[in-house]
Ligand binder design. Structure first.
Ligand code: BGP
Length: 469
């Protein structure tokens, strides 16, 4: 029995993203986003037009069923719900001056429903859904013009929802642009043709835009708390050889840099060294340097797995992973998709981030993607997902112990609290939810919702504020 408990007011909940659950891709004036032409996720190039096999076009129809779904979240006792706003619902092309009222009205309805159930919204401003027009015309974040378009978008959101939404995340997994420049950075140039100079300039633009959003929120929504959002993937040395330890540290630096800029307001030395060694000269204006000083209130991240690194080219194999794989860890087991499961890594990471940045932390994604089997128990359809319960339980025990270590943790939202379309594969058969959605990879299904066994487990856990772990 641990002596540590979760703090009062801990924000238990679930997380989603617009393109993976809303559907209604062309309703009420919405413009196309890059996801509408990515029917295979990150595993294949985009299509010219939306195609019938793109599951995201209808997704799980949250657009029409949000009230029913939020009622289910409330039944589990959610304290918070993380969702993203689809940029192209608000600015269909991304570069207009005035927002689309019908798009804004949809999120008013979602917020009304959350308010009704006393659920605190946690909003991601940009979650892998750059308007397609911005991708095609400007090459996404490669262009400095995106900073201004994003600023307009943020202004529209803070003006409309600033008094109702306290927690905001600027960009989902901002460091993922290093590995998925189209999905994460809206960069239309194929990855193989993209120069490092352009990629790093795009990173700079996003970092400036993120800090500018924080600055804007301070003016327009003083109660708002702004967080950055990182893919967290602790990297262990494959062996105790100091060369491996250094290689692991340098691999971590690629991700730390994004948190360092958000928390310290300037580029760290090791990052500037990387740029020098790559021969990259960034266009950084004096104004950019000033804007970057607007640091975040908290650090949020996704955590699914850890990886290893080695300096020995002969041992440098590459396993599967969340956008990026790494050298597999011989001590760990993996999910059906090869993501290595490591609850202890979460405790290590929480301590590490807390020591590094001394900002409150928020786990905004964690979970197990699995192929679920719908069965009938006592006349009710359900899924006996003990594997998911085990995964979540073990990670939450690690989080609790990190709190005991002194980490300031604001909350925990499981990824895909209701089954939705997977980001990497664009399929529905990789499920994360407490709620099963009847839709298959071929698009068939009733879209009916069913409570899984984990639904009751999570409800009891939240009701006890984590005591039932
Ligand atoms: C993160 C993304 C999510 C999400 C999750 C699970 O990287 O922020 O959008 O989908 O990973 O990944 P997948 O859906 O590929 O299993």
């Amino acid at each position: 029995m641990s002596s540590t408990t979760f703090p009062e007011g801990f924000l238990w909940g679930g997380a989603t993203a617009a393109n993976q659950l809303e559907g209604a891709y062309d309703r009420d004036g919405k413009g196309l986003s890059i996801q509408d032409v990515m029917p295979r996720g990150i595993v294949a190039p985009p299509t010219e037009q939306p195609t019938a096999d793109n599951l995201k076009l209808e997704a799980i129809d949250f657009y029409d069923r949000y009230a029913e779904d939020i009622a289910l979240f409330a039944e589990m006792g959610f304290k918070t719900f993380r969702f993203s706003i689809a940029w192209s619902r608000i600015f269909p092309c991304g570069d207009e001056e005035k927002p689309n009222e019908a798009g804004l009205a949809f999120y008013d309805r979602v917020l009304d429903e959350l308010e009704k159930h006393g659920i605190e919204p946690l909003v991601t401003i940009s979650h892998y859904e750059t308007p397609l027009h911005l991708a095609k015309k400007y090459d996404g974040w490669k262009s400095r013009e995106l900073v201004g378009f994003y600023q307009n978008y943020c202004r529209a959101l803070f003006e409309r929802y600033g008094s109702r939404v306290k927690y905001w995340l600027t960009f989902n997994e901002i460091n993922s642009i290093l590995h998925a420049p189209l999905m994460s950075g809206g960069i239309w140039t194929p990855k193989e043709e993209l120069s490092e100079q352009d990629l790093y300039q795009a990173i700079h633009h996003e970092l400036v835009a993120s800090a500018a959003a924080t600055k804007l929120a301070r003016e327009l929504a003083p109660e708002a708390r702004i967080g950055c959002m990182l893919i967290a993937m602790p990297t262990y040395p494959l062996t105790p050889d100091p060369a491996d330890v250094l290689a692991a540290k340098q691999a971590e630096h690629a991700n730390y840099a994004f948190g360092d800029v958000h928390c310290r307001g300037e580029y760290p030395g090791y990052f500037l060294r990387t740029l020098r060694e790559k021969g990259i000269e960034l266009d950084i204006t004096d104004e950019d340097r000033e804007v970057l000083k607007n640091t975040v209130d908290f650090v949020s991240f996704s955590y699914y797995m850890s990886i290893c690194e080695t300096a020995d080219p002969a041992k440098k194999t590459k396993g599967e992973g969340n956008l990026l794989g790494g050298v597999p860890n011989p001590t760990l087991e993996a999910s059906e998709w090869g993501w290595q499961i490591d609850p202890t890594g979460l405790r290590i990471l929480l301590n590490d981030y807390w020591e590094r940045w001394q900002k409150p932390l928020f786990i905004v994604e964690n979970g197990l993607g699995a192929k679920d089997q719908l069965v009938e128990v006592d006349g009710e359809k359900t899924v006996q997902d003990d594997y998911r319960i085990d995964y979540l339980n073990d990670h939450l025990v690690a989080a609790r112990e990190a709190i005991g270590d002194g980490v300031d943790l604001l909350g925990y939202t499981t990824w895909g609290c209701i089954d939705l379309v997977s980001a990497s594969t664009a399929q529905l058969s990789k499920r994360y939810g407490f709620i099963y959605v009847d839709r298959n990879d071929d698009g068939t299904g009733t879209l009916d919702r069913y409570r899984k066994k984990s639904f009751d487990w999570y409800r009891e856990l939240i009701a006890s504020n984590g005591a039932t772990l």
